[in-house]
Design a protein around this ligand. Sequence first.
Ligand SMILES: CC(=O)O[C@H](CC(=O)[O-])C[N+](C)(C)C
Length: 304
Amino acid sequence: MAQKGKGEAVSPVKNFFAGGAGGVCLILAGQPLDTIKVNMQTQARPLPGQPPLYKNTLDCFRKISAQKGIHGLYKGLGAPLAGITPIMAITFFGYGLGKRLQLKGPDDGQRLTSPQVFAAGMLAGVCSTAIMAPVERVKCLLQVQVHNPVVKYAGSVDCALQVYTERGVRGLYKGTLLTLLRDVPATGMYFMTYEWLKEFLTPEGKSVAQLSSIRILLAGGFAGVCNWVVAIPMDVLKSRFQIAHEGRYQGFADVLREVLREEGPRGLYKGFTAAMLRAFPANAACFFGFEVSLKFLNWLVPGK
Ligand SMILES: CC(=O)O[C@H](CC(=O)[O-])C[N+](C)(C)C
């Protein structure tokens, strides 16, 4: 494909702050559908002859909002807001670092190829897992408690403290391998799709840096969808593993076996619709927030 303009200068530090702002936008736009996704993925198997608790995404939305109000859909918001902001900051930092490591200099004008962008994205996935794993653990525990009659956790901090008191740091980091397996390839896909689409959507004779807001939203939205197409099977296993009682599974192979035995390969795509419905607006908002913040930072502190 023809190169549309020079490669932009990359500053991992500016990426860090702009990524944090993108993370806030992502959560505000995507949290209700994330709650639905996790509840769909983790609902108990119905007894023979009984209907499932949630028949589909819409049914899950109706039941949770009828039971707990719209507030119920924002349950566990504290943890992702406090967690996703640094996660996205680190993700974009790792991505910037991955790009910088492959460039000759911070603004050498070279554009990275798609595999190089994918590699930078994978590095971002490794970096973000350090925070992503415990944040996802707390978030999943809180989200599934929505349909429990007994409220065990009063909120994100209480949940993190209880898990820490009962199981220590290992308890908080339960599901780290699955988080890595989910996010390393998915984050590669995320950034590769975004950069490719930005280039694709740039009109001939224009530079990628001049891309309109609507096209940034489109590229970001589709990047989120592609992230989840790759991530969802591992996400199903991760969510189940992270909410399971101690000793229920020996490892993730156990969870995989159980899902395949009980539900077949379709079970690995549970919550797919909710994940996709959330992915587009959440990531469109995220990349838009990121690009606007980066422009602002470049105006505030020109250069690297
Ligand atoms: C799983 C996750 O958090 O995905 C992020 C986007 C989203 O929809 O939440 C992207 N990324 C994995 C790159 C952080």
